[in-house]
Design a protein around this ligand. Structure first.
Ligand code: ATP
Ligand code: MG
Length: 662
């Protein structure tokens, strides 16, 4: 089994793997430690990750990002219009009740749900990990924003299933960071009462999270979390885009904001400038042929940048305040402040954090870009039997209150009709048994409790419905006592896990009191709650049907196979091309002495034919087997020549080697 941790970032994702000597963040096919979170569609194939990034400029309308932002949402979600649309070039559509993107794929307009798009991306990460580990990858831990709702978590699990992955846990981003921090510290306080309190701040591309975590030997406890779900590097880039659009309008009379392509180009340059301004007090911006053949340029001072993002920066303290307040700690009780995420490199952000904590030194002991993936990998290692990992308990909490509601039982007029089962701050995982007195079958509904300000606007409060069948009165005519097992599981998802009847029975028991010679035995009648049979139940959750997941799995498998075939075809074509040029060169050079005139003539003829064919329409876009057949035919003539050459080359060398050793 594999031990893999994945941090799906909105900009780029990181993969960790566990090995005997520790955890490594692995590199992808172009040796990068972070893989762009993009899926791109072309008339020929899909391009995922690096390849999608490379083709993005020329194919930006069919290149889809914002995967983690949109998965598990619906197209009419007000936050999509308010925050997401401006960062998305593809057309958004509804796909089976979920938001999807409509793209040109294999020459046709095709719509994919974000569950499918995320699945395609996860499958790419799986392939990257599998290539590194040289084995199949299935078990993983995937990090998610702590503010992810039940529906978002379920959708990500669906996407994992489609990608053939088996998430042992969805772990909250900052919890993963905390685990990576704690598990490597040898000096944590023994006494949980004297825990070390650490604040983790993650500001990435799209979102900003704060967690206050208490550490003591062998365990961590998340005390509080707070978020600004719509705050990150992309917002800073956008502020720069707006600024320069205005400047370029005045300077060059071009309306950048009217052209998606121009916006795209300016955004790329803006991000570069933003990074320069993290290290310098002033920086240039240059965008070649931004639109209408204009080469646009300008510059900006760091203070100007800070002014441009002033509105955003004014929001910065709120999550810090919320988290600290909810933790019940004061600034003085915070022992360390750890920063992760690319945007914490911005000086203005570091200053804000430092000022909030009364000038306390900030700590950068973690790898800012890779801490989440490392932590997720540790979590996977501790859940998987493959490696022995130091025991480290993780006590996480849920951000939203979940309630269960039901219809009043006629025979029980005083009954309540709802109950908050997992209040905000409840431990994850956690199981609660609900008790109902019923005379017949009934159903209960789980949903987010009303009036939760931090719940994403437009979130469908429904989580799931559970129907308990076959309930009837007891033999003595009483209401049946029904126990329903509800669980907030390791993924932070609510599940109904069964319903059973219990009955009070009277039993004779032997009670022993005293010891030794004083020992007496007494028979007693005691009342006992006894579990009777399980009820048949039916659960339905706020996610797509199993059948649709199966259907999408099959489609993903097909597309993956097609992509692979396109890639292999490309490889065989290149191999044929290379053989033509390489062999022709060698025939005039090293093969000269080893090819008979007739052989040479035949081979040269074959090479020319192959070359000509490669330039025809047919040869340009042929099947894999057509390239293989042509190459094999050429090799049939060429291989004997190559063999003669090698034998004659090797013989003197072998003789020389022999001479040396003697
Ligand atoms: P998210 O956590 O929101 O899903 P992510 O994990 O992909 O996104 P990170 O990799 O943490 O995001 O950070 C990427 C962001 O950090 C980008 O917006 C990038 O421009 C920004 N960034 C990286 N380096 C710097 C820098 N030196 N100065 C300013 N911003 C930077
Ligand atoms: Mg991130």
């Amino acid at each position: 089994a594999s031990v893999v941790g994945i941090d799906i970032g909105n900009l780029s994702s990181k993969i960790g793997v566990a090995r005997h000597r520790g955890i490594d963040i692995i590199t992808n096919e172009v040796s990068n430690r972070a893989t762009p979170s993009l899926v791109s569609f072309t008339p020929r194939q899909r391009l995922i990750g690096e390849a999608a990034k490379t083709a993005e400029t020329s194919n930006f309308k069919n290149t889809v990002g914002s995967l983690k932002r949109l998965i598990g949402r619906s197209v009419n979600d007000p936050e999509i219009a308010e925050y997401e649309k401006k960062f998305i070039n593809a057309e958004l559509v509804d796909v089976n009740g979920q938001v999807g993107a409509s793209v040109n794929y294999l020459g046709e307009k095709t719509a994919f749900s974000y569950t499918q798009l995320t699945a395609a991306y996860l499958a790419k990460l799986r392939d990257t990990a599998a290539a590194e580990l040289k084995q199949n990858v299935s078990d993983v831990v995937i990090a998610v924003p702590g503010w992810y709702t039940d529906a978002q978590r379920r959708a990500l699990l669906d996407a994992s299933t489609i990608a053939g992955l088996n998430p042992l846990r969805l772990i909250n981003d900052t919890t993963a960071v905390a685990l990576g921090y704690g598990i490597t510290k040898a000096d944590l306080p023994e006494d949980p009462e004297n825990a070390r309190n650490v604040v983790f701040v993650d500001v990435g591309h799209s979102n900003y999270s704060v967690a206050v975590v208490a550490f003591s030997k062998g365990q961590l406890t998340v005390k509080s979390t707070a978020y600004d779900r719509n705050f990150g590097g992309r917002d800073f880039d956008y502020a720069l885009v707006k600024h320069f659009a205005k400047e370029f309008d005045a300077k060059y009379k071009i309306d950048v904001l009217s052209s998606p392509k121009a916006i795209f180009r300016l955004t790329t340059a803006a991000e570069r400038l933003k990074k320069v301004l993290s290290a310098n007090s002033e920086g240039p911006i240059n965008v070649e042929s931004i639109m209408n053949d204009v080469d646009a340029s300008g510059s900006l001072k760091r203070e100007q940048f800070e002014e441009l993002i002033g509105g955003l920066l004014n929001r910065f303290n709120k999550p810090l305040e919320e988290a600290l307040k909810a933790s019940g700690l004061t600034v003085d009780q915070i022992d360390s402040i750890e920063l992760v995420g690319g945007s914490t490199r911005i000086p203005a952000i570091k200053e804000r954090i430092q000022a909030f904590f009364g000038g306390k030194q900030l700590s950068f002991t973690l790898n800012q870009d890779e801490a989440i993936a490392r932590g997720a990998t540790f979590a996977c290692a501790s859940l998987s039997p493959v490696f022995r990992v130091r025991e480290f308990a993780v006590h996480d909490i849920t951000p939203y209150s979940i309630q269960v509601a039901w219809e009043k039982e006629a025979g029980n007029p005083d009954e309540d009709t709802e109950l908050v089962v997992f209040p905000h701050g409840n431990a994850i995982p956690s199981t609660k048994i609900l008790t109902f007195y019923r005379q017949g079958p009934f159903a209960i509904d789980a949903s987010y409790a009303p009036n939760q300000a931090n719940l994403p606007a437009g979130t469908n409060p429904a989580i799931g419905k559970y129907t308990i069948k076959g309930v009837e009165k007891t033999a003595s005519g009483d209401l049946a006592c029904v126990k329903v097992k509800t669980r907030l599981n390791l993924h932070g998802i609510l599940n109904f896990e069964g319903a059973y009847a219990v009955e009070e029975v009277e039993k004779e028991e032997t009670v022993v009191t005293g010891e030794g010679e004083d020992k007496t035995e007494e028979k007693k009648i005691v009342k006992k709650i006894q579990r009777k049979g399980d009820y048949q139940t039916f659960a339905q959750y706020n996610t797509v049907s199993e059948q649709l997941v199966n259907d999408w799995t099959e489609k993903e498998g097909k597309m993956h196979a097609e992509d692979k075939l396109v890639m292999e075809t490309e490889e065989r074509k290149n191999a044929l091309e290379e053989y033509v040029y390489d062999t022709r060169g060698k025939l005039d050079d090293r093969y000269k002495l080893y090819a008979q005139a007739s052989e040479k003539e035949e081979l040269l003829k074959g090479l020319s034919e192959a070359e000509d064919w490669l330039y025809t329409e047919e040869g340009e876009d042929a099947t894999k087997s057509a390239y293989v057949t042509r190459l094999d035919a050429l090799k049939k003539i060429g291989d004997p020549i190559a063999l003669r050459y090698r034998e004659n080359e090797d013989r003197p060398r072998a003789a020389a080697a022999l001479r040396e050793t003697c």
